[in-house]
Design a protein around this ligand. Structure first.
Ligand code: BES
Ligand code: ZN
Ligand code: ZN
Length: 484
């Protein structure tokens, strides 16, 4: 599906269908041609409400205000409605609240995010007839946008939304088909882009690097682990941002085996890794002026005679010893070694992303990412970017009492807390043990366990993977460019 932009007025554009948003329940706007028919259909103009008047080729979508995320949701609903028709082309005007670039960006992101479908394993799929959506600069409101600005918004929006969809495809893929080696292969493919290089390391390197925690997690898997290191290097980079992602291609829990109901969806435990790769891809396409690294700890947590065990003591890359009390708290072990590796790159900013704890989902709900770290300014910046992108985030604060709960009688630290409460924060505090003093203020941890994968659709997100973390971090990076 193509998105086209034009400064022709709507009436002069030829397309089989017209998309009209009913904004703020205002049915008297000149663009609304079927007031009576809509009344008869009981169409109220509420969010996510759609009416298809097929004879005239009109699609009306409820849009309660012109906020960016409301536009994304309305755009996605329009695509979903068009999916059921045979229309090949549709046109729409501009819906601008204040800033045209933000509004048009959100609209186009909504079209692309909403058009994603995971069909890899379906033997039959419904044909998707829609070939193009034409967006006109003609505006619904007093606020207008130039064609040049619209093209800038479109370029960014396509890159951001396609990056999120790319991450979804990885996360949705079944664990049999998506092993650490597969993940490394996808990373290597990105190296064909301008300025992007990729290094893939195997067990031998992990042993040389003394990554005893990472290696232990993968020991019972028939698939070998991989440490993936992607770099995007523009000319004269302004700063160095390092992303680290948890790439558990499957998390069975290990010997601390998950109950069967909880094991389902654990193919999504690679979401952090998929997100950091997608961010790097997006950043390279956006040609951002920053040096960006994406490091993925790709492994599989399985059971077997050689599995790592509760009671084992592991030594991480930085020499710290870890008492294993639960093999299902494996993500933090992989991340511990990857974070040590990441700091050797001397990052200006270090962001890790992981489906780390069920506790984060309990704390914040399924739709919200937990943000943890010491740097309040950085947390604020991310909050702003997340809001612009339509992703939900909430900060969870550290405290000295929770920190103490990771004490171990036999090793430097235990891999689980001694309390059942505050699990998202204690997991982050475990990671904190692997962040050296100069990087404490440069580090942010994002627990995406909730939004990364949900088994029901929400807003413009399909059932399954959502690409959590991709859009907010790309918005954050774009904002950094402006703040220079
Ligand atoms: N991958 C899980 C966390 C998870 C849970 C992600 C639900 C997405 C949805 C992680 O490895 C895990 O199992 N964590 C344990 C930690 C516990 C043993 C301290 C958990 O959350 O139960
Ligand atoms: Zn686990
Ligand atoms: Zn896990």
């Amino acid at each position: 599906m193509q998105i086209k932009t034009t400064d022709e007025i709507l009436d002069n554009i030829s397309a089989q269908a017209v998309i009209v948003f009913v904004v703020n329940k205002n049915f008297s706007h000149a663009w609304i041609k079927h007031k009576k028919a809509l009344e008869a259909l009981n169409f109220k103009g509420e969010s996510e409400e759609a009416a298809l008047l097929a004879e005239d080729g009109y699609i009306y979508i409820g849009c309660e205000n012109l906020e960016a995320d409301e536009l994304r949701i309305a755009a996605a609903k329009a695509v979903k409605t068009l999916r059921q028709t045979s229309y090949k082309s549709a046109k729409i005007g501009s819906y601008i609240e204040k800033d045209g670039v933000i509004s048009i960006g959100a609209l186009i992101e909504g079209f692309i995010l909403g058009s994603y479908e995971f069909t890899k394993y379906k033997s039959k799929t419904e044909p998707f007839n829609l070939e193009e959506i034409i967006v006109s600069t003609q505006s619904y409101s007093q606020n207008a946008i130039s064609l040049e600005k619209m093209r800038y918004a479109k370029n960014n929006a396509l890159i951001i939304a396609n990056a999120a969809n790319w991450a979804k495809e990885i996360v949705n893929t079944a664990p049999y088909d998506y092993t650490p080696v597969q993940m490394a292969g996808d990373a290597q493919k990105l190296a064909s882009m301008d300025g992007v290089t990729c290094k893939v390391f195997d067990e031998k390197f992990l042993e040389e690097q003394k990554m005893g925690a990472f290696l232990a997690v993968n020991r019972a898997s028939v698939h070998p682990p991989r440490l993936i290191h992607l770099t995007y290097m523009p000319k004269n980079p302004k700063k160095r941002v390092v992303f680290v992602g948890k790439g558990l291609t499957y998390d069975s829990g290990g010997l601390s085996l998950k109950p069967s109901d909880y094991m389902i969806t654990m193919k999504a435990d690679k979401s952090g890794g998929a997100a950091v790769m997608a961010i790097l891809k997006g950043a390279a396409e956006l040609k951002l002026p920053f040096e960006i690294h994406a490091i993925v700890g790709a492994a599989e947590n399985m059971i077997g005679g050689n599995a790592y065990k509760p009671d084992d003591v592991l030594t991480a890359k930085n020499g710290k010893t870890i008492e294993v009390r639960n093999t299902d708290a494996e993500g933090r072990l992989v991340l511990a070694d990857c974070l040590c590796y990441a700091q050797e790159l001397k990052p200006d900013i270090l962001i890790d992303m992981a489906t780390l704890t069920g506790a984060c989902v309990v704390a914040l709900g399924e739709y919200t990412t937990g943000v943890m770290g010491y740097n309040d300014k950085l947390k604020h910046e991310l909050y702003r970017a997340a809001t612009q992108s339509g992703e939900l985030v909430n900060a969870l604060s550290f405290n000295r009492y929770l920190k103490k709960l990771l004490k171990s009688a036999v090793a430097d630290i235990s891999n689980i807390s001694s309390s059942r409460y505050g699990g998202a924060i204690t997991a982050a505090l475990f990671l904190d043990n692997f962040i050296e003093e100069p990087y404490k203020d440069k580090w942010l941890h994002l627990d995406i366990a909730g939004p990364a994968y949900t088994e029901k659709e929400w807003g413009y997100n399909q059932s399954g993977a959502s690409g959590a973390g991709v859009r907010m971090n790309l918005y954050w990076l774009i904002n950094q460019k402006g703040d220079e």
